[in-house]
Design a protein around this ligand. Structure first.
Ligand code: NIG
Ligand code: FE
Length: 404
């Protein structure tokens, strides 16, 4: 085979498709052959000698890792909520701030006011921050527009970001993020609009591949979420939920019942929820940046999740309120130090397991033959440094589908 690119003399980590989370599946002094954006060959040591390619890069012993996937972000928004950080530091809770007109609805006001181009410009800066830290696949949610025009505007901006930065973006519709002010006296009518109007348009225009919901006291209750899940699945859209973040509201059990992709946050998960997630192959997405920012004390039940065999991913939850953090490696560090993940689990959590939370683990998230060539080269001695040493590392090269 004639390759478009061979990266030789690299140490590889996070290779293969079968994961024992205690290992990083490393290969030393190896080479990778890429053709048409796909990893087509992996050679141990100097076995690549005979293969020919239009381009050869000598990694000189640097580490080649899969590009990271940030599988839960709200990075398209306008305005900022810096004031709320100080209010929380003085003792107000996230829920109190939301009830007083701040929180998500304050970002909804700013996002509705912004033009599509303005929204693109401010959001691009945040996406660039993640990409400069080795992220090659971003999930981006709507949820600060709430009416159709503004939700669609957010999702178009998310798609433009992918094109502008030469990375892949998975778009998720999060209309059930907060009750819009125009429906404040009629919850059922808003859920009707989501199910009967927004979701069909979304599927028809292919603006999103998944549907998320905030299943929570200050969001939507389990029966409202169930209606949305059924409507979404009838249209072939994948489902996931913000579940058990501030209380046990039933989101994780619902996602398990309907065999969705992931339950995210999951601080208040109970044992039956964990069993249901394991049985139905639902990924648990840990968002330690939100836990940190909201000064939460209830940690997700990591030992029970691990013992049950639930796949765990880690993501920034980048948003203006509960997690204004543009570094996936920083939150991976938090997942280890605050939630007691192992370093290996954290690295799988931002690669293959994050891919699974998006339903794309067969073709993304590790270095393996047949996978999309989203890879980054890191000038480090060992991959663990990326998790342990905060803010000190950046990739020397980033390839998205084999393109630098
Ligand atoms: O994942 N919990 C709901 N949604 C976001 C927060 C959004 C916001 O505060 O603007 C989260 O934490
Ligand atoms: Fe979130």
């Amino acid at each position: 085979m004639f390759f478009d690119l061979i990266i030789k003399n690299a140490n590889l980590a996070l290779t293969g498709n079968t994961v024992n989370s205690a290992e990083l599946n490393c290969l030393y002094g190896a080479s990778v052959g890429i053709k048409d954006g796909i990893i087509e060959a992996i050679w141990e040591a100097d076995k690549a000698q005979e293969a020919s390619s239009s381009k050869v890069i000598d990694a000189s012993g640097q580490w080649l890792l899969p590009g990271f996937l940030d599988c839960h972000t709200h990075l398209v928004f306008a305005g900022n909520r810096a004031d709320e950080f100080a209010r929380r530091a003085r003792g107000e809770s996230y829920q109190q701030i939301a009830a007083s007109g701040g929180g998500i609805l304050s970002t909804v006001r700013a996002t509705r006011e912004a033009s599509e181009d303005e929204l693109f410009e401010v959001s691009l800066v945040r996406a660039k921050a993640l990409v400069s830290g080795g992220v090659t696949h971003l999930e981006i949610k709507s949820g600060y527009g709430l009416d159709w025009d503004n939700e669609a505007k957010m999702l178009r901006v998310a798609q433009r970001i992918g094109t502008a930065l030469n990375i892949e973006v998975s778009c998720t519709y999060l209309g059930a993020h907060a009750l819009p002010p125009e429906y404040s006296t009629n919850r059922a009518a808003y859920v009707d609009i989501i199910c009967n109007n927004h979701l069909p348009k979304l599927a028809q225009l292919k603006l999103a591949s998944a549907v998320d919901m905030f299943c929570e006291g200050i969001g939507f209750n389990a029966s409202e979420c169930e209606r949305i899940i059924c409507a979404a699945q009838a249209l072939g859209l994948k489902i996931k939920a913000h579940a058990e973040q501030l209380s046990r509201s039933g989101g994780a059990a619902l996602i398990a019942q309907y065999q969705g992709l992931s339950a995210d946050h999951i601080e208040y998960l109970s044992l039956p929820d964990i069993k249901a997630m394991a049985k139905n192959n639902v990924v648990g997405v840990l968002l330690p940046g939100a836990f940190y920012t909201l000064n939460d004390t209830q940690k997700p039940p990591i030992d029970a999740l691990r013992n049950a065999g639930v796949t765990l991913a880690v993501s920034t939850d980048l948003n203006p309120g509960s997690s204004p953090i543009g570094s996936l490696l920083l939150v991976a560090n938090m997942a280890v130090n605050q939630f007691q993940l192992t370093i290996e689990e954290a690295l799988w959590g931002i690669t293959l397991h994050a891919a699974k939370a998006l339903g794309i683990e067969d073709s993304r998230g590790s270095i393996a033959v047949g996978k999309r060539a989203d890879v980054c080269l890191w000038p480090i001695e060992t991959p663990e440094q990326l998790i342990v040493e905060i803010g000190l590392h950046a990739p020397t090269k980033i390839w998205s589908a084999g393109r630098e």
